[in-house]
Structures are given as C-alpha cells and as structure tokens.
Design a protein around this ligand. Structure first.
Ligand code: ZN
Length: 425
C-alpha cells in the first residue's frame, strides 16, 4: 500500500484499546506459567497454539533438534537437557514484498525466591492500581504480549503487514542466550530485529557481555575439634570471592577509558549468585560450590574475560595455604556473552524513533545496559532493544505498568506498519 491512511495511528490506537482487556488476560495467563529454566515447555506449547489460531506458520523445535554446540557462540548448558528447551518461531505473511522483521521475546524467567517475601503470590499475576505483579511480568512477558498484540491490532484495524515477520519466543535468555542463537542456526534471518525487553521505552544503545562460572572447592573433612588438620572449603571459597571482588574493582578502574561505558560508575558487575557447601555444623566443610557472574565491556571478548578470571584465580590460590596444594576447579557454566553495541544511524532505528515520538510526544532516548540481552546474536541486521516500563526485574514484587504496555504495543504496531509496509485486507 503506497499511501497509508492519515488516520492510521488512530485506527491502530483504537484497535489496541479494543483488544486491551484480552491482551492483559493473555499476559496474565503467560505469567501464570512458572516458566523457570528447563520448565518452559508448557508456555511454549500454549504460545504455539495461540500463533496457530492466528493463522501463523509455527515452527516449534528444541535445542536438541539443531547442531547447537557446532556453533562457536553456543554457551555451556550445565545439566539442562537440550531436548526440554523448546523454541517457537511463528511466521506471518511469508510472501510479503516489504522489509522483513524478527520480533523476539524470551519467556524464561529467573527463580522467584521465597514466596513469603512477595506481597502477593509470584505467579498469581494480580493487578493493583494499574500494575500487574508477577515473576516475568516485566522481564519480559509484557513485551511478548506487546509484540503479539501489535500484530493483532494491525489486523484488527483492517490491514496486514506487507513483509515477512518471524515472531519468536525463546528460552535461555537468562542463562546462556542459546535460545536466540538457535533461531539463527535454524535459518531465520530478516532485515531487522526488535526485542521488547523492558527498557522503559528507551533504546538500548550498548550492553555489556557476561560470563558465568562455578568455582568448585574440595578438601578433607575432619571433626571441628581437629579443624587445623582439615580444611574449610567454605573459608577457602570466601578467600577466592574476595580476590574476585578486588579484581572487579581493578577492572572497573580501567573501565573509565571505555568508549561506551566510560561515564558509567562501576559498569562491570561481579555477582556471587549461588553458594552451596558443607553438611554439618561440627564438621569442617569439605566442599563448596560457588556460582558467579562477571560482566565485560565492548572491546573485550568473553574468551579474554575468561582468561583474566583464570589468572586471577591462579594468583589468589598461590596466596592460600590450602588452595596452593588443592586448587579449586573453575567450570564455565553458562553465559559466554559478547558485549554489543546498537550502531547509531540505521533506518530501522529512525523508524522506531518516529513511532516512539508519535506515541510519547518526545524523542526516543538511549540507555546503556549493564545487563545482557539477546540482540547480540542478530548479526547483519539492525537489532533494536526497546520495550515497556516496570519495576523490579529479578527482584521481589516484579511488576509492569499496564499503561506502558498499551503505549509500547502502539509504538511496535506503528514501527511494523512503517518498516514492513501494510496492505489493506
Ligand atoms: Zn529479559
């Protein structure tokens, strides 16, 4: 369609309003699936059904269906079975003549922690004062609902996008990125990609990379009465964690030189996420496993960060009487994520900025992200990360503002209309 109707934005806005109750119910249903790592099959089957009902061509596959580890960017999956990790790619308008697009969202969520620390049950998807609460509501099932209902609104307003669109719901975003990577290995490409992570309607301009590792300390247990003859794996692990913290401070001191993150205070985050060790209050602990995450900045590769961490560990072990003779094992347990920059000046970005301006009445701003997102995999195309606004990702009482979902859905619909073009139904 050459000339878009002048009232296109209005017609899309009306369609989104008309469908909004249904969109909120759809989001609530998604939040009610506790789609923790390795437990995403149920929501993916449900989404595949939703896409089929919309007339999209659905490809549901698992990470075991592709040659994942032949790819150099595949990250270790620890003990998560590949065949249980399902991906869904729904394709609409495969014959369209306009520019093609990937709309991608992850449906894996991080653990909710103790339910009693939430003010309402973490998977209840309750709504209060215009906000929906729940694990995954913000990160990023709201964005997934926005990309799906943006396409619904276009149809409901009497149009169809004129370019091929792949709607992808993936797993592993929170741990490896292998879900997004698998869609590329499976052969899905397009002229642009949009991932509606909850960026508070800013464009993620640059993001850090990340590596995951597990430190495995082993020793000889003795009765606490003879503790000087045994070892404490927990105390040795603490020694190593302090060394990693010092190392991170040194990395952050150097970060002031970084072209993208120079102005950000301590952009490299080191996190001890899980600690397990020992089994008896009166035995010196013989074992301790510590799961950690370290960020890295544009200009560095995950492999360089991994070598740096190995060196830090080797130096720290030399300074510890027990570890000198019983070195800890370092296991790469997940993310090997490259940092990534959304290069300014792409036409896709200009189209998104115009859509944002039209919905919000103000220019789209940039953000620098000290967390990773999946855009890093979409090579050879502009990959934009832009989505709704919420509070508390990975925390208790994670929640999303419903009004922000409504506006984001309209911004995505306008972006799709301009990027792919429309044809009248
Ligand atoms: Zn996310």
């Amino acid at each position: 369609m050459k000339d878009k109707p002048n009232d296109l934005a209005e017609r899309l806005r009306e369609a989104i309003d008309r469908n909004f109750e249904g969109q909120v119910a759809f989001l609530a249903r998604m939040v009610q699936f506790p789609s923790l790592r390795g437990k995403e099959q149920a929501i993916q089957a449900w989404l595949a059904k939703q896409f089929t009902e919309r007339g999209y061509k659905v490809d549901q596959f698992s990470l075991a269906d592709i040659d994942l580890f032949a790819h150099p960017k595949a990250a270790p999956m620890d003990d998560i079975p590949l065949e249980g990790s399902h991906q869904v790619v729904a394709t609409c308008d495969p014959q369209g003549k306009g520019r093609s697009l990937i709309l991608q969202g992850h449906i894996d969520v991080v653990p909710e922690g103790p339910a009693e620390l939430w003010s309402s049950p973490p998977y209840a998807a309750g709504i209060k004062d215009g906000w929906m609460m729940g694990r995954g509501a913000q990160d990023m099932k709201a964005g997934v609902s926005a990309m799906i209902f943006a396409l619904d609104a276009i149809r409901s307003a009497g149009f169809a996008p004129d370019g091929r669109i792949h709607v992808q719901t993936v797993t592993e975003e929170e741990s490896t990125g292998n879900g997004a990577l698998s869609t590329m290995i499976r052969g899905y490409h397009a002229d642009a990609c949009l991932i509606p992570e909850p960026t508070a309607n800013t464009l993620s301009r640059a993001q850090v990379g990340a590596i995951w590792f597990r430190l495995r300390v082993r020793g000889t247990p003795v009765h606490v009465a003879y503790s000087e003859t045994g070892t404490s794996a927990i105390l040795s692990a603490m020694h190593l964690v302090r060394a990693f913290q010092d190392y991170t401070r040194a990395l952050n001191a150097r970060a002031a030189e970084n072209a993208w993150f120079g102005e950000v205070k301590s952009p490299i985050k080191f996190n001890v996420g899980i600690i397990k060790g020992g089994d008896w209050a009166s035995s010196t602990p013989a074992w301790c496993d510590v799961d950690c995450r370290l960020g890295l900045l544009p200009g560095e590769t995950p492999e360089q960060a991994m070598r740096g961490m190995e060196q830090c560990l080797a130096d720290a072990q030399k300074a510890d009487e027990f570890l000198r003779d019983n070195p800890a094992e370092l296991i790469w347990s997940g993310f090997k994520a490259d940092p990534s920059v959304c290069e300014p000046g792409s036409e896709a970005e200009a189209v998104l900025a115009a859509a944002h301006q039209s919905v919000f009445g103000s220019p789209m701003e940039d953000r620098l992200s000290t967390a990773v997102n999946d855009t890093r995999y979409y090579k050879g195309m502009p990959a934009l990360c832009y989505g709704p606004s919420g509070i508390g990702p990975h925390a208790f009482d994670e929640r999303i503002e419903l009004e922000s979902i409504r506006k984001t859905t309209l911004a995505i619909a306008l972006f799709v209309a301009e990027w792919c073009g429309l044809r009248e139904l």
